[in-house]
Design a protein around this ligand. Structure first.
Ligand code: GLV
Length: 330
């Protein structure tokens, strides 16, 4: 029986199914550098699947039998893809199935920040609603007919643009390396320099993958370019932003507020100043976390894993050039 390590994330019914065909070992919240049981199973594992396991050279040196790493996420900043390809190990992710769900989450926290929903929820629940009409101190900011700047117009960025343009009559600016014809035609999105987008947008939404090029791409200079009335929304990864500069921009009124699903450190430290700011809405990295979508991602990741372990080309190879290499060794 082939051995599979499952790390942090996999929906239970999918895990149970895999157990029928593989020797499965599940690890959660361990330190993969020091956990002896994990390191021992790594020695002869055929596959790894799960969330946010840092698969780098050091880990790969402990896994001489590894054939495939199947991420249960669309992001793959946890993988050294170049090194995996060099060693002829397949790497896969779960694109597509989560686009609408993540777009709903990101648009939801954007709305929550602009209309101060969590703060007003607290106001009502804590018994402070004592006059018939809440006064101007509880007014929010309109979202409809405003300008939304999307940095990183991939599939999820486009699903956000769709909601914003068709549902909220927003003007869309976007910044990417390559222009997206479809977004321009369907959602009237305008391609823009990063500087232009930051200066003009009422809502700046960061959706780019984390890569060495995008790490820390939004810092002091970028927050200074933004309007004082603008909201910053992060649905990418915490490390695409210099978090201490975000905190300082919020503390100094350089921007009006933020909606954040991702953080530099996850879980976030309890003394992080972001947690005490009323104009900041937070969620615990749950962009894709609905019952339906988590299940779909687990199913897709399992399909990738099983196909790869059976010697066939998995549907969602991250670097397809690895396949020529792997095919030759069959
Ligand atoms: C979630 O952040 C993902 O990459 O799927």
């Amino acid at each position: 029986m082939k051995k599979v390590i499952v790390y942090n994330r996999l929906e239970k019914p999918v895990l149970e199914r895999l157990k029928k065909n593989y020797d499965v070992h599940f690890f959660k919240d361990i330190d993969p550098k020091t956990n002896e049981d994990f390191l021992q199973h790594l020695q002869d594992t055929d596959g790894i699947m799960g969330l946010e396991l840092n698969v780098n050279k050091e880990l790969l040196d402990h896994a001489p039998n590894l054939k495939i790493v199947s991420n249960v996420s669309v992001g793959y900043n946890n993988l050294d893809v170049e090194e995996l390809t060099k060693r002829g190990i397949l790497a896969t992710n779960t694109p597509g199935v989560l686009n609408d769900t993540v777009a709903d989450t990101i648009f939801g926290i954007l709305m929550a920040a602009a209309r101060r929903i969590p703060e007003l929820d607290q106001y009502v629940k804590s018994g402070n609603w004592q006059t018939a009409v809440a006064g101007p101190e509880y007014y929010g900011t309109d979202v409809h007919h405003k300008k939304l700047g999307i940095i990183g117009m991939g599939r999820i960025g486009q699903a956000i643009a769709k909601r914003a343009h068709l549902g909220f009559d927003m003007d869309i600016l976007y910044h990417t390396r390559t222009r997206k014809q479809e977004a321009e035609e369907k959602y009237h999105a305008t391609h823009c320099s990063l500087e232009g987008l930051l200066k003009q947008s009422d809502f700046v939404c960061l959706m780019t993958p984390l890569t060495p090029e995008t790490e820390g791409m939004i810092g002091k200079k970028e927050f200074e370019l933004m309007k004082k009335s603008a909201f910053f929304v992060n649905g990418s990864r915490g490390k695409t932003v210099v978090e201490k500069e975000l905190i300082s921009a919020l503390q100094n009124g350089k921007i009006a507020g933020a909606a954040l699903d991702v953080f530099d450190q996850e879980p976030i430290q309890p003394d992080n100043p972001l947690l005490t700011m009323k104009n900041v809405v937070t969620t615990p990295h749950v962009g894709s976390s609905t019952a339906e979508t988590e299940r779909a991602m687990s199913e897709l990741a399992a399909k990738n894993l099983e196909t790869g372990l059976n010697g066939n080309r998995p549907p969602n190879l991250i670097d397809s050039s690895v396949w020529d290499k792997v095919k030759q060794s069959f």
